[in-house]
Design a protein around this ligand. Structure first.
Ligand code: SF4
Length: 333
């Protein structure tokens, strides 16, 4: 993994949403509660590094991606890009340079693409809106380059096509090409292959890894799928109910997990364990509870088969359990 320092740093990042209650609360302008979607996370991504953010639905991982791409505003904490504090930067023109460097790939390619635009116009749109080209020849060259990098060859064959004329895999490649066209330094990919056939997934993952290898592009890969995270990532961060509960190298998190939640995710996926590795813990039951009702103490305790009294009272800190491997569990050591 090429490592030349951090490109992105999240410091104690929080995203809380107020819940509006009944009429009385609304008249008084009083929130009825707070959804703690992201609740104080620290995370770094290095130049050319692939970090996977793993968690179930409701864990807050998409909200983290939206904050990084400036589609959501944090309630507290800091977002640093190349050392510059971007937390409070807002507005189209102020964000233009940032959007040039940081792009997002969405899960649902069909929704992400404007069905009335051709592939050429879809990929050209960020180049035009960020004013990154000076003439039509440059525009055609950059669109061709992005389509080719996303594996759509020969690029000219796709220029005049509309999204409905493409397969699911080709549509996702167009989404990737749109993000690549501006030559970003960091891409946030939110479940980019979860809606694709298994046979297409490997090809799309390979496109993303190639981009890192050729252009030293960093990637935050958001997924619920631990085996996929292991396949693509250098490091894996596990998110539960708005908190990072474990972080470490992809191999450590996958084959030596130290948090019961990560163990449960690993046990649920036979692709990455043998029966000998499998823990004797019962399978994970139920779903992530609402972020409007975060339990006291360790937030995983209502689902944790190992919970004991202290877990219901005190929130465990992240403890170093190996080189660059942190786990937030009282039993981690
Ligand atoms: Fe389970 Fe307690 Fe560890 Fe939380 S701190 S994961 S409840 S053992």
């Amino acid at each position: 993994m090429p490592d030349t320092g951090d490109i992105l740093r999240l410091e104690n990042l929080e995203v809380h949403f107020p819940i509006q209650g009944g009429l009385f609360d609304r008249v008084l302008g009083r929130p009825a509660g707070v959804v703690r979607a992201v609740d104080g996370i620290d995370l770094t991504i290095g130049h050319g590094e692939i970090v996977a953010l793993v968690g179930e639905s409701g864990s807050g991982k998409t909200t983290v991606g939206r904050v990084i791409t400036k589609l959501a505003q944090p309630t507290a904490g800091r977002l640093l890009f190349e050392g510059a504090d971007m937390t409070s930067v807002r507005g189209l023109s102020a964000l233009r340079p940032y959007r040039h460097h940081v792009q997002m790939i969405f899960q649902d390619a069909y929704q992400a693409l404007n069905s009335r635009h051709t592939v050429f116009d879809i990929v050209a749109e960020p180049l035009r809106s960020l004013r990154l080209v000076e003439n039509d020849a440059q525009l055609t060259e950059r669109v061709s380059e992005a389509l080719a990098a996303a594996g759509l060859n020969p690029p000219g064959d796709f220029f005049a096509r509309f999204p409905h004329e493409l397969s699911g895999g080709q549509r996702q490649r167009v989404v990737i090409a749109g993000a690549l066209a501006v030559r970003p330094e960091l891409i946030v990919a939110d479940e980019p292959v979860s809606m694709l056939d298994v046979s297409i997934r490997a090809q799309i993952l390979q496109v993303l890894v190639d981009l890192r290898d050729k252009h030293n592009m960093a990637l935050l890969f958001i997924t619920h799928d631990l085996p996929l995270a292991w396949l693509i990532a250098d490091r894996i961060a596990v998110l539960y109910l708005g908190k990072l509960v474990e972080i470490g190298s992809a191999d450590e998190i996958t084959f030596n997990p130290r948090h019961p939640y990560t163990v449960a995710l690993r046990d649920a996926t036979p692709q990455i364990h043998t029966d000998a590795d499998r823990s004797k813990l019962p399978a994970l039951q139920g779903e992530v509870p609402s972020a409007a009702r975060v339990p006291k103490g360790c937030r995983f305790h209502p689902r944790c088969p190992l919970a004991f009294d202290r877990c219901r009272q005190d929130e465990p800190p992240a403890i170093e359990v190996g080189p660059q491997h942190l786990s937030a569990c009282w039993l981690a050591n």
